[in-house]
Design a protein around this ligand. Structure first.
Ligand SMILES: C[C@H](O)[C@H](O)[C@H]1CNC2=NC(N)=NC(=O)C2=N1
Length: 100
């Protein structure tokens, strides 16, 4: 099982994934993606879902029209692990392709 990242390791990891920040009040990271329209937002979610399922690591997320709010945390570990950083990194790459 992946280990929770200590605060300094988490901060350093966040420095490498633009737009992701610590969620207030819990051990998790989050980002709000805003796309051109619903089609792009849902395309992003579809691609991200396939990656998440492959990783067996799943996002908490909410979609309203062209906005997708994502929160990542490793429930089994009770906090942020390298799995969250990996999924966040993949989501940034997917978002770039989606809105390309
Ligand atoms: C049994 C299964 O592997 C676990 O429940 C996985 C599934 N997806 C998961 N996703 C996330 N975000 N955190 C987890 O701890 C987690 N655990």
């Amino acid at each position: 099982m992946a280990e929770r990242l200590a605060a300094d390791a988490r901060k350093q990891a966040l420095g490498g994934i633009p737009g992701w920040t610590e969620v207030q009040g819990r051990d998790a990271i989050g980002k709000t993606f805003v796309f051109k329209d619903f089609n792009e937002a849902f395309g992003f979610m579809t691609r991200a879902a396939l990656i998440a399922e492959k990783m067996d690591h799943h996002p908490e997320w909410r979609n309203v029209y062209k906005t997708v709010e994502v929160v990542l945390s490793t429930h089994d570990a009770g906090g942020v692990t390298r799995l969250d950083v990996e999924l966040a990194t993949a989501m940034n790459a997917i978002a770039k392709l989606t809105s390309g």
